[in-house]
Each structure stands twice: as C-alpha cells, then as structure tokens.
Design a protein around this ligand. Structure first.
Ligand code: GTP
Ligand code: MG
Length: 433
C-alpha cells in the first residue's frame, strides 16, 4: 500500500500537484501548514493546488523523493490529468532535471513560484529590476532546460536552454552581462533613494514589516490616508510607499509600507530587494505586524525576526502588533500575550483599538528624545533654521544677542547638531536636561 497521502479538491481546471516532503526534522503539521501556504501561493498564479505529502526517510540527491515515489507520482499524474508540479522544497538543478526527464513535465519549486508571483505583481521600474535580477540569478545554475513560466514573466532576454552546450554557454554569458547591468541600474536607483531620504530628514522613519497578508497596507492606509493596494492575496505590495503622518502635536513620522515576508523566501530575492528594504534599515522604529487570525501567527513572527536578522536590523526598537482581532484565533491569544506582553492587539480593517498603536509609537519615540534649552546667537541664522527644522520648539525668547529655545529633540540629532556647532564656533551652548 502506498504511504503517499493525497487530498483532492473540487476544481477540475488548471490544477497543479503540490508535493511536500515530510522528513524527520519536520512535523507533519508544519509541512501541512506549509502546503496550505503553497496552495495560496499557486492560487495567486491562478492554479488550483492538489496537495500531496510524501514521507521521506532521506532526501535522494538524484530525484529528491526517490525513484519509487517518482513512479507513484507518474501514475497519479496520468490518472488525474495534472499538468503542473510544484515542490514545496527547493530542488537542486540536478534533481529538477532528473524529475523532469522522468515525469516529462516542467517542475517548479517554491522559490520559482515566489519569483513568478513577484514578477507578475511588479509595477515600478525598481520592483521590475529587482525581480528580474533575482530571477536571472535563480535561472543561471539551472540553464540546461526551458523555463517557460519564468521566461514569460521576465521577457526581454532570450533564454534558449536545452539547445546544446554551445547555446547554453552563450545564454549564460548573455545572462551574466544582463545581471551586471541590472546591478548597476539598482545601484543608481538606490542612490536616488538615498538623496530622497536625505531631503526628508527631521522626521522619524517608522517601518511596517510583517508576514505577507498580515495587514500592513491596511494599517498604512488607516494611519496616513493613502491608498496602497490592499488585497487578500500574497505579496499584494512589492513597492515601498512612504507617507507622512502626524501622530500628535510633537510627532510627525514617515511611515513606510513594504514587501511582506514568507517562509523560505528565496535568498536571491532578499538580496535583490535591498533598495526596497533599505527603508527598514533606515527606520528609527520597526512595527511588526502579525495576523492573529492565522493559526501559524507566532511562527510567522519568527520568520519575520529571521529576515530582520538577515537585514541586520534586529537591534532597532520595535513594536509588535497583532492585527485582525475581529477574527482572533483564541487558542493563540494566551501564547501571544505571554511571549509578547507589550504587544498591541487591534483590527485595522474594523478600526478597533487602533489608537493603542498610535500611543505605543509615540511612547517609543519619546524614549529617543530629550527636552532641553539652548541659546544660539542671532547672527547664526542658518543654525537657528536647522534647529527649527529638526526639533519641536516648545518656547522661544529673544534677547539682543541670543535666541533661547526650549525644545524637544531626538538624541541622535542633538548629538549631530552639538558636534557641528562645536566645530563651527567655540560659543557656549547652554544645555539643561
Ligand atoms: N478580518 C480582518 N481582515 C483584515 C484586517 N486588516 C486587514 N485585513 C485583510 O487582510 C488582507 C490583507 O491585507 P493587506 O493590508 O493587503 O496585507 P499586507 O500585509 O499589506 O499584505 P502584502 O502586501 O500582500 O504582504 C486584506 O484582505 C485585508 O482586508 C482586520 O483587522 N481584520
Ligand atoms: Mg501590502
């Protein structure tokens, strides 16, 4: 008797077989959750996924699942008339080639699917360039065959894999040239962004991060009145949006909404999205959004932390927000509360408890600030303007020589100003904390 478990869905069109391995180091529950997520991913590409979990004692280097299972799947494919196969795990180029030969079908893996979704959702020049770069880097070692789906998505470059050694070598060379062009292009985009960022100094940068579909864009729209696309779809947002938001009299922030994370995010993708993710690197505060209606919510938060660690931003101040309390998973709530005692629970869609987040952000910003009184000679017009731009002025008093300013200012900015003033002149600046 077969030990393959098969779950059938009702739709008969555009079906893909989703293959997930249950190995000794992964529980069947975890794999099942990942398979459900993979089903959502392929649904984004308009496929209906049939889930197949395969218990594996060891990974076969040649075919991943082993030749016995390959034969079982082949029979199954014929019976069910399925024409797409997607593996939950990333396959080596050799495993893919062998599986395709045996099953006579294009095999895709999770990374390939995520890249396809990104390619189909990319709208701006930046997102398109980033996705093309990640896709070509993914394709390069796998160039011995055709890649109908990905080639169609990225277009532009004529990849003719499988057409003989010489042709493959030529294709590889062309792709390498294209990769280096794309990298240069991204560097230019990154420089432009750095200039934009410089011009908006003086505001706090707050970044919304989180698992895909957690509700980041919904929170963004709620707080800033912007109209970022919100959809019940994975990776609805690929481009970073930055908008101003006045939290209270003293605090204006620049809130950024960016691409969501997912388990097993392809390495190349994170690397190519560097300029988009730069917003997080520049953030003063990170707001981690999690969907508490999702049973895997806490694992999603771990994934988010792993990506943030990869981006080397784990040290930044952060707030955890559990969104969608209107559909809260009651089993998770006690653990969420215990592990994240400071977390905010809200519903962005239903506007429940959203003011708690506003207050929490203000409280975090206040930890970064000092209140002080300084005197600047009236002759230093530019310095006065600079301080005005970078601080919230509580009061000001003029004498013949000085202006005395009572202000609230970010400590880091104060340190910068203080050293700048110190270098420019040796006049005393009175500081009372
Ligand atoms: N029930 C419920 N649904 C919500 C809530 N907030 C957002 N949603 C829904 O969740 C889905 C995803 O919301 P988005 O704001 O697009 O999520 P995102 O984190 O920006 O997702 P990506 O950009 O795809 O990574 C949408 O269908 C929203 O309407 C909430 O408080 N309650
Ligand atoms: Mg979004």
């Amino acid at each position: 008797m077969t030990d393959i478990f098969f779950e059938k869905s009702s739709l008969e069109i555009d079906r893909a077989l989703l293959v997930g391995a249950v190995t000794n180091d992964q529980s069947p529950e975890t794999v099942n959750e990942q398979m459900e997520e993979l089903r959502l991913l392929v649904r984004t590409l308009n496929y209906d996924g049939e889930i197949l979990t395969v218990p594996l004692k060891r990974i076969d280097p040649a075919t991943f699942i082993g030749s016995g299972k390959v034969i079982e799947i082949k029979t199954m494919l014929e019976e069910l008339k399925i024409e797409e196969i997607v593996f939950n795990d990333d396959l080596s180029p050799t495993q893919m080639r062998n599986l395709e030969r045996a099953l006579k079908m294009e095999i895709r893996d999770r990374s390939g699917i995520i890249l396809e979704i990104f390619a189909s959702h990319a709208r701006t020049r930046e997102a398109k360039t980033q996705v093309e770069l990640a896709t070509l880097e993914y394709l390069l070692p796998r160039l011995t065959r055709r890649w109908t789906h990905l080639e169609r998505q990225i277009g532009g470059i004529n990849v003719r894999g499988g057409a003989g050694e010489t042709q493959i070598e030529t294709d590889k060379r062309l792709i390498k040239i294209r990769i280096s062009r794309l990298k240069k292009e991204l560097q230019r985009i990154e420089n432009d962004r750095a200039i934009q960022r410089k011009s908006r100094r003086g505001n706090y940068n707050v970044s919304l991060v989180g698992y895909t579909n957690a509700g980041k864009s919904t929170i963004m729209n709620l707080f800033t009145g912007s109209e970022v696309l919100v959809e019940d779809k994975l990776f609805a947002t690929l481009d970073t949006t930055v908008r101003q938001c006045q939290l209270d009299k003293f605090h204006r922030i620049l809130l950024s909404d960016t691409v969501g994370f997912i388990r097993k995010l392809p390495h190349h993708l994170v690397a190519s999205f560097r300029s988009t993710l730069k917003e997080i690197e520049e953030a003063d505060l990170i707001v981690k959004v999690a969907d508490i209606s999702h049973p895997q919510c806490l694992i999603h938060l771990q994934t988010v932390d792993e990506v943030l660690a990869d981006l080397k931003v784990s040290h930044k101040p952060s707030i955890v927000v559990f969104n969608k309390i209107d559909q809260m998973d009651r089993e998770i709530f006690p653990d969420a509360k215990r592990i994240y005692p400071e977390a905010i629970f809200l519903s962005a869609l239903n506007r429940l408890k959203t003011d708690d987040l506003r207050r929490a952000v203000i409280a975090e910003l206040e930890k970064m600030e000092i209140q002080l009184t300084i005197q600047i000679p009236l002759s230093e017009v530019r310095d006065i303007a600079y301080v005005r731009d970078h601080a919230f002025i509580l009061s000001e008093e003029y004498s013949d020589e000085f202006v005395t300013l009572e202000l609230i200012i970010n400590r880091k900015i104060w340190e910068q100003i203080r050293s700048k003033f110190g270098k420019a002149t040796d006049r005393p600046i009175l500081q009372k904390e």
